[in-house]
Design a protein around this ligand. Structure first.
Ligand code: GLU
Ligand code: ZN
Length: 476
């Protein structure tokens, strides 16, 4: 057994592959992962794909890919769709023991019965079917679902949540609920219990929307004679308007954040702070540091607001920590538009990125970025720029700069050079800097000029100045 698996904590993340991995789901996965890694426990990934109508293979793959990208590695992976025999076996046991029964009602009949009984609860119609009635339904070709027996007195119930303390229900709204559907697949509550038990899960840490499922799951444990795990429920994640986070709040899936050019460790950092209050209020964390610092007693259950602006701020902090090589690798997918030729010189690309990245929040902002583009492609000097460049002392300044350009152009070297030329012409340095910027970039503003020169290199600086002078000549 590896060291990682020697601890006894076993937790899981159990997504349903019915869509992309949501930030809420990613936060649940992250907290389980941090906890398991902190305690030397086991992090189980379980794909809950028994709802054949809603689950899709591509979503399951997308979730796995998103978790991998975030760096949340799992120790064990299961697909519920490969475990149907197990659920059927336990379902049969509950049926044999009279703790569950066949229900032959069609969806329409169930809907009608729900209406009749306290609004939302199946009325137990099929609980006491005679052999005769059973036979008739079977002859009609009906396939039964399996319902779990919920005695009325059980509905006043409570459980202890390890994050929230005692949670009680005056009267839980539920009739006898379906555990196996008529197509032979289990429902969520049933498969979840069987698996959490079979997989030796010690603690179930999931989102608040499962609180009302917990008593139902505990009843199933009891019916099977099993000890339930401990349950803890995280808060919901809200949008800035304090409504449940959804599409209308913008990017809400990990896939979208990735496509926008957030760094995985920035996403991990930010999600960790949604429901975990870091010691000392420190805001920027590397994943390894989070593992060391994570503890349940700092998990808070108040609702958390997903703030994209805050995430951008965290992303900028992490971008500024990357080495040149790391920046290159992270930015690479956002540089295709520059063309393969531009990307060949890795050293130059790194210098260019180091120049431009401090002014962006996400790597997606590199796409079509004019400050970046001009470092790889000479600018088109439009009429207005040429008009500006034709005014003295610009042409003279450019000529003198061209003559005086040192062999290699360094960041430190530019300023003395410009000052010297300005001195010779008897003008302010600005009147030399500005035309140079226009000639090199075609624009009046952008990153520091000395750095631009350094990235371009002497040859290219000279070429662009010469080109500007030629155009001025022609325009005369
Ligand atoms: N498949 C359920 C969901 O995605 C899992 C809930 C649980 O963690 O028990 O909501
Ligand atoms: Zn029925």
């Amino acid at each position: 057994m590896s060291e990682r698996n020697s601890g006894k904590l076993r937790v899981r993340f159990a997504p349903s592959p019915t869509g992309f991995l949501h930030v809420g789901g990613a936060r649940t996965a992250l907290f389980n992962w941090l906890w398991a890694r902190r305690e030397g426990g086991t992090f189980v990934l379980r794909i809950e794909d028994t709802d054949l109508a809603r689950s899709e293979r591509r979503f399951a793959e997308g979730i796995l890919e998103a978790l991998r990208w975030l760096g949340l590695d799992w120790d064990e992976l299961y697909y519920q769709s490969e475990r149907l025999e197990i659920y059927r076996r336990y379902a049969q046991r509950l049926l044999d023991e009279g703790k569950a029964y066949h229900c032959f009602c069609t969806p329409e009949e169930v809907a009608a019965r729900l209406g009749r009984n306290r609004g939302l609860e199946y009325d137990g119609h099929c609980r006491g079917l005679s052999e005769e009635e059973r036979r008739r339904y079977l002859e009609e070709g009906r396939k039964p679902a399996l319902r779990f027996v919920v005695p009325e007195e059980k509905k006043h119930t409570s459980f202890r949540d390890f994050l929230r303390g005692e949670i009680s229900f005056e009267r839980l709204t539920t009739g006898d609920f379906v555990i196996m559907k008529s197509d032979g697949t289990p429902t969520y509550n049933f498969a979840c219990v069987i698996d959490d038990h079979e997989m030796g899960i010690t603690h179930v840490l999931r989102a608040e929307d499962h609180i009302s499922n917990t008593p139902k799951q505990i009843w199933i444990y009891e019916a099977l004679g099993w000890e339930p795990p401990e349950f803890g429920h995280l808060s919901m994640i809200l949008g800035p308007d304090r409504r449940k986070l959804s599409k209308r709040h913008g990017a809400t899936s990990v896939e979208e954040l990735r496509a926008q050019g957030f760094l995985p460790k920035a996403v991990v950092n930010y999600l960790a702070t949604l429901g975990w209050s870091p010691p000392g209020g420190r805001e920027i964390w590397e994943p390894e540091e989070l593992i060391q610092a994570f503890s349940l007693d700092r998990v808070v259950t108040s609702p958390q607001v997903f703030d994209l602006e805050k995430l951008k701020w965290v992303n900028r902090k992490h971008l500024s920590r990357l080495s040149g090589k790391e920046l290159f690798d992270a930015a690479r997918p956002f540089l295709e538009w520059l063309g393969g030729e531009a990307l060949r010189d890795e050293g130059k690309v790194i210098k260019a990125l180091e120049l431009v990245v401090p002014s962006i929040s996400t790597l997606g902002e590199l796409v079509g970025n004019p400050d970046l583009e001009v470092l790889f492609r000479p600018p088109e000097l439009d009429g207005a720029v040429l008009e500006e460049l034709s005014r003295p002392p610009a042409p003279e300044a450019l000529e003198r700069l061209l003559e005086a350009l040192p062999d290699a152009i360094s960041r430190e070297g530019l300023k003395p050079l410009v000052h010297r030329v300005a001195g010779e012409l008897g003008v302010r340095p600005r009147e030399v800097f500005h035309p140079l910027r226009l000639a090199l970039t075609g624009r009046g503003k952008g990153p520091e000029l000395a750095s631009i020169c350094e990235v371009l290199g002497r040859e290219e600086v000279a070429r662009r100045i010469r080109k500007a002078l030629e155009l001025l000549e022609k325009g005369r």
